[in-house]
Design a binder for this molecule. Structure first.
Ligand SMILES: [Fe+2]
Ligand SMILES: [Fe+2]
Length: 211
């Protein structure tokens, strides 16, 4: 676990056969926010580290970008340890989480909506995410200027605790059909993202990017 940027902590694991790192994040405020749970196995490793970093603070929210094992596979386990935490996700993801009996008490957010809390402001962005371009969400934290890119800004390799320098416009321009295969939806997303000006990208995979 690494304090990767201001009040942001990163938890990571590396999977050699696919040469890919998986990151989860904790925004450490009085009402802390977890971004992604990791898979069930990753969540098992995450929980003791989370408890250590939280050090008595409340885990208030769990942001789930979309319904996939590394983004929410460990959600039921995390909720067992932090029953007061509320998942935040899109309507489609909420249906999936409820349909599989993973979570019931869910905060559904629409693109463009915000959530204000003590010390931070979360803003939600539409994410046509794999595998059927299901409506997922991306997350921007407006006070520290952190963009949580989920699978959108994506690099292979070992990247725990790693930060590279980059430019926002370049990262937005480099979103490929691999991330969003539909041309129209990809261009729309790039246009929406171009209106933001974050200072830091907290990636789901690959090094973080300081802008
Ligand atoms: Fe994903
Ligand atoms: Fe992912």
């Amino acid at each position: 676990m690494v304090n990767i940027y201001e009040k942001l902590y990163q938890f990571s694991s590396y999977v050699p056969p696919i040469d890919l790192s998986f990151h989860q994040y904790l925004l450490l405020e009085e009402e802390a926010v977890l971004v992604h749970t990791g898979s069930m196995q990753q969540a098992e490793a995450l929980i003791p580290q989370l408890k250590e970093v939280l050090n008595g603070k409340t885990l208030k929210y769990i942001f789930v970008s979309h319904f996939e094992s590394d983004e929410c596979g460990g959600l039921s386990l995390i909720l067992k340890h932090f029953p007061e935490a509320k998942p935040i996700c899109s309507e489609v993801t909420a249906r999936q989480l409820m349909g599989f009996g993973i979570a019931n008490d869910i905060i559904v957010k629409k693109p463009g909506e915000k959530l204000n809390a003590n010390g931070y402001e979360l803003e939600f962005i539409n994410y046509p995410s794999e595998m059927h371009l299901w409506e997922g969400l991306l997350l921007m934290e407006n006070k520290c200027g952190v963009f949580f890119s989920s699978d959108l800004v994506f690099r292979f390799g070992k990247s725990a605790g790693t930060v590279i320098e980059g430019s926002w416009q370049e990262e937005v321009n480099s979103i490929t059909p691999l991330q969003v295969p539909d041309v129209e939806q990809r261009e729309k997303l790039q246009q929406v993202l171009g209106q933001f000006n974050p200072k830091f990208i907290a990636t789901g995979h690959g090094p973080c990017v300081k802008l």
